[in-house]
Ligand binder design. Structure first.
Ligand code: SAM
Length: 245
């Protein structure tokens, strides 16, 4: 059954209004009409069954039943991704969503080639959010990926240092010993925070700064992976080791 997202504040009792974008998809792309039954997600873990009661610029639906509610106990898997060039971040946002990442923060690190000013950051954030939302529906996730606005590398390290009990992993191609399978505690539901660099990698100062704050540098093997390959590989292995895949 087709799924659509709605913003919680677009609900009044059992009546829900879809955004213009979701309404366009329902009416124009999928050609659904009044009386059709669909599933609705509000991104908080609930899945509802609902009937279309009015179509138009903003489709109106009536919630008929709760289909499912997840237990809300999903493990925090948080990715800090240095902003990549071109449309690589589209791929990263989509695949991180499919792989069950719970939060993603685009980072401005010193060797980022994908420089974004305030206006570009807003536009890109909206684009990545749309891509992630579509991936959520496609992979039947009931909770959206929390996608932050881009922040600086050092700001983010400070923010993350408040995430108690987390395992913090900086993926570094110059790390020669530590592998993911050597990291204790990945499987007992602790928050896992992954930090991945841009096409030009992290500077040694950035690596040392993170290490001093308790980050563990981790190798993904002797070959140097493309940035987007490294992120998908790191997330996949972490999800496998934590039992989320
Ligand atoms: N410094 C690299 C070089 O000399 O080509 C470029 C960085 S690599 C293309 C982009 C990012 O992917 C790195 O910052 C790192 O986070 C991750 N990465 C790539 N290969 C890796 C490996 N073998 N082990 C750990 N991380 C890796």
């Amino acid at each position: 059954m087709r799924r659509f997202f709605f913003e919680p504040n677009d609900r009044n009792g059992e009546t829900v209004f879809l955004s213009e974008e979701e309404s366009y998809h329902l009416v124009k792309v999928l050609r659904l009409s009044k009386g059709a039954t669909v599933e609705l997600l509000d991104g908080s873990g609930f899945v509802y069954c609902a009937m279309v009661t009015a179509t138009g610029r903003r489709v109106e639906l009536h919630i008929e039943a709760i289909v499912s509610k997840d237990d809300g106990k999903e493990q925090i898997i948080w990715v800090g991704q240095s902003v990549l060039k071109g449309d690589k971040m589209d791929t990263v946002a989509q695949k991180c969503t499919e792989l069950g990442v719970t939060r993603m923060t685009p980072l401005r690190s010193s060797r980022c080639q994908g420089k974004l000013n305030a206006e570009q950051s807003l536009k890109k954030h909206e684009r990545w959010r749309r891509i992630s939302l579509a991936a959520c529906k496609q992979c039947l996730r009931s909770r959206q990926l929390q996608l932050d606005m881009p922040v600086s590398y050092t700001e983010w390290l400070d923010e993350v240092s408040e995430c108690a009990e987390s395992v913090r992993l900086l993926f570094w191609e110059e790390e020669k010993k530590v592998r993911l399978q050597d990291i204790p505690g990945l499987s007992n539901n602790q928050p896992v925070i992954l930090l991945l660099g841009p096409e030009g990698g992290f500077s040694r100062e950035e690596v040392e700064h993170a290490r001093k704050m308790g980050w563990i540098t981790v190798s993904l093997g002797k070959r140097i992976l493309r940035a987007e390959t490294a992120t998908l590989t790191a997330v996949s292995i972490v999800q496998y080791l934590t039992g989320n895949l």
